[in-house]
Design a protein around this ligand. Sequence first.
Ligand code: SAM
Length: 237
Amino acid sequence: MSWSATILTLFPEMFPGPLGTSLAGRALREGIWGCQAQDIRVFATDRHRTVDDTPFGGGAGMVMRPDVIDAAISATLAKNDERPLIYLTPRGRLLDQSLVRDLAAGPGVVLLCGRYEGVDQRVIEARQMLEVSVGDYVLSGGELGAMILLDACVRLLPGVMGAPESAVEESHSAGLLEYAQYTRPAEWQGRAVPPVLLSGHHAEVARWRRQESEAVTRERRPDLWTRMQVAGGSAAS
Ligand code: SAM
């Protein structure tokens, strides 16, 4: 059984979208993962196919109805479906590499994409959804967030990356940002590549990269740096 993603959305035509190209697209064609987008609107019961209504308590915008979302979930998922049901929302826990790794190691995901002001809280609770945010900003819908989550998971599936070791040293894999990367030409517009990278001395290169990783993390992401130190993961004092 391949890793499988079901996306509940008002815009099923957005999928697989960019995930149909490059690494994820090839993996999709090879059956390493599957992607099924389900139109939520099909489960509206009135003749206008209404999926939203005004918020109780007043205020701007519309809220997606719990009964329509619930019907979409019941009709789309098998009774014994063990995939986590995730609602993409800026109110959720932040998506990070550790969650991505956990999700990629499981059977797949079911993703609910909100629109308007979001989804009625009762169905989120009744269905015990995991609420996940892709960052501290507000998108107009959950679809792009779903694509971010899917892309991050799919590239970790066995057979997707040409060089699986890429995932071992990259940013966020061990709590640090990655070191800077360089390729040919060795000198470009008067800028030389750090000489150690041309030395062929593997231990020196590894030491330089570790120092570079630590320096850039300390400078750009003091939050990650502090977390690393608390966890005792840094070689630096
Ligand atoms: N009123 C909501 C709030 O303030 O939390 C924002 C609703 S947003 C305009 C519409 C939908 O976009 C959300 O229901 C959610 O599915 C999606 N969305 C927006 N920002 C997101 C983020 N940072 N992460 C994940 N999904 C997001």
